[in-house]
Design a protein around this ligand. Structure first.
Ligand SMILES: N[C@@H](CCC(=O)N[C@@H](CS)C(=O)NCC(=O)O)C(=O)O
Length: 211
C-alpha cells in the first residue's frame, strides 16, 4: 500500500496514528501542500487523487481510497485488531460523531485551500485568516466538549481504548494549542488529549509544526 501524505497535515496524521496503532507498515510519498505551487494541485497528483488532498491511500490492488475517516475504517476492516471502533453501539456512534464533527465542522473550514481562497478576497490579510481559523476551531472544539460530556466514564472517547474519535481529536487539539488556544477551557477534552499524548502511536505521529 502507498500512502500520500504531508508531515504537517493533520488529516494525514490521523491515518499515521491508525497505522501505528495497528502496526501496519506502508510506503509513504510526501506531497507538498503549501506555497505557490503545491504538489497537491499538480496534474500528476490530481491523476492519483482527483480531489487533490492528502491523505490518499492506494491499495496493493491499485484502488484509491480518499478521506482520512474512510481510510481508517478501511484499515480497521482489513486488519481488525486492535479495533478502532468501540464494541458498544452507543460509544461507537459517539466516537464517529466526534470524528465527523472534527473532520467536517472544524478541519474542513481551516485547510490551506480555504486560506488561499480567503487571501484572494479584498481586505483579507493574515490577521483575518488567523481569526477565521481560531473562530471555527474554538466553536467546533467547544461543541465537541459538549458531546464528550455526554459520554460514560472511561479514559478515552469510546471507553477503555483509543478509537476513531480520539484519532481525530489528537491532531486537531495540537493545532488548536499551536494557535494559542487554551484547551483547559474544555476539561473533558483536555483530559482525554493529555492521556493520548502519553501513547507513542499518537505522540510519534502528531502533525509537524509549520515552518
Ligand atoms: N476531509 C479530508 C481532508 C483532507 C485535507 O483537507 N487535507 C489537507 C491537509 S490536512 C490538504 O490536503 N490540503 C491541501 C489544500 O488545502 O490545498 C480528509 O479527512 O482526508
Amino acid at each position: 500500500m502507498k500512502l500520500y501524505l504531508n508531515e504537517i497535515s493533520s488529516a494525514a496524521s490521523r491515518v499515521r496514528i491508525a497505522l501505528a496503532i495497528k502496526n501496519i507498515n506502508v510506503e509513504t510519498v510526501a506531497v507538498t501542500i503549501l506555497g505557490e505551487h503545491p504538489e497537491n494541485r499538480s496534474a500528476d497528483y490530481l491523476r492519483i487523487n482527483p480531489q487533490g488532498l492528502v491523505p490518499a491511500l492506494v491499495t496493493d490492488q491499485g484502488t484509491l481510497i480518499t478521506q482520512s475517516i474512510a481510510i481508517i475504517e478501511y484499515l480497521d476492516e482489513w486488519q481488525p485488531e486492535p479495533p478502532l471502533l468501540p464494541q458498544d453501539l452507543e460509544l461507537r456512534a459517539l466516537s464517529r460523531s466526534v470524528a465527523i464533527a472534527i473532520a467536517a465542522e472544524i478541519h474542513a473550514l481551516v485547510p490551506p485551500r480555504i486560506a488561499r481562497r480567503l487571501a484572494a478576497l479584498p481586505g483579507v490579510d493574515a490577521a483575518v485568516i488567523a481569526d477565521w481559523n481560531r473562530h471555527w476551531t474554538v466553536e467546533g472544539l467547544g461543541a465537541v466538549e459538549q458531546l464528550l460530556q455526554t459520554r460514560r466514564a472511561g479514559p478515552y472517547i469510546g471507553g477503555q481504548q483509543p478509537s476513531l474519535g480520539d484519532i481525530l481529536l489528537f491532531p486537531q487539539a495540537i493545532n488548536a494549542e499551536r494557535m494559542g488556544i487554551d484547551l483547559a477551557q474544555w476539561p473533558t477534552l483536555a483530559a482525554i488529549h493529555a492521556r493520548l499524548k502519553d501513547i507513542p502511536a499518537f505522540a510519534d505521529n502528531a502533525p509537524a509544526p509549520r515552518r
